[in-house]
Design a protein around this ligand. Sequence first.
Ligand SMILES: Cc1ncc(COP(=O)(O)O)c(C=O)c1O
Length: 382
Amino acid sequence: MSITERWTSTLETLKSQGRYRSLRCSLGIDFTSNDYLGYGSSRSRIRPVGDLERNRSGMASRLLRGHHPIWDEVESALAAWHQAESILMMTSGYAANEGLISTIIEPGDWVASDELNHACIVDGLRMARARRFSFRHNDLNHLEEGLKAEHQKRHEGRELFIITESLFSMDGDRAPLREIVELAERYSAYLIVDEAHATGCFGMKGSGIVDELGLRDRILASVHTGGKALGVLGAYLACSALLREFLINRCRHLIFTTALPAIAGAWWLQMLEQVQEDHEGRAKLRENFTFVRNSLAEWNLVCSGDQFIIPVILGEDPKAVAVAQHLQNRGFDVRAIRPPSVPPGTARLRISIHADHTKKQLQELCEALAEGITTHGITGSL
Ligand SMILES: Cc1ncc(COP(=O)(O)O)c(C=O)c1O
């Protein structure tokens, strides 16, 4: 089989499974992006930044000429926001997770990772070639079983790690972080928390769930991305100064990639001014997702989680595609999420609620969703 036949055959298989993907532009009112606070649209306060717009300083690695002084400013501001010892900017959340994990975890170390953790955590673990224990989603008993067994046979110089998201991207539920921290301490494991979907949306100043729960000093590192609620380009790690220094010297995802342009640093500073004081945005987000969750419950649509990511699990891929199409036809941009993004048999609509949705939009979305589900004769698994 030639290489083109191989690709064509894979694409045909995906089509026959209802898992074929294509790139599509916006399809209507945004209920799909991670713009939870509306910073990427109507609530944006990004202003022109003059000279920085012409500055192309990012055209090298941060270890070479790519390190513009604005990034020192951004990292200090982020450290103050989180009350963290230090911050290391990275180009994306994907690179931050994969880079951190593959750099600090060594073959022989042992890692407990929630089974629903994001692909970039899974890929980081593959690269690290560590021994992996995939614990059932948010199942503290299963996690403890693994930790206990590994702790007993612990070898000199081998470390234990736990990795979890704080707010799960496809299920909208939160990890029991306080309990996980306690388990980590009981079994001397280091905890890494991916705050990709929580950053901006939780805590008095919006710095995330780790800070909201006062766990900053009890975890090894947290991973944050700018590309979701914060509406800016890039990502960062919050960690100790020593770990930051180690990553600067060892992390291939930082060393061998081009730095972000300085203009992105200016956006980070502007965004930080806004997000810390944005109690209104967080309150509006809460009001909106509570409204939708309550309305769906009235239609007997019970969705997991209790936050602004609302998964409507429809089971088979074609069902999710059909209901998503129904919503798109009515002007709502809702997409079907299928394996491998979610486990087989749990294809779903992932409805993402934003602070700048209006009540009318939310009401109409709920009605269209109920109509779509009825039209396509879907019952049971809800
Ligand atoms: C939980 C989680 N972690 C990390 C990432 C990667 O972040 P980025 O989009 O900045 O690469 C994502 C993106 O979808 C995510 O959902």
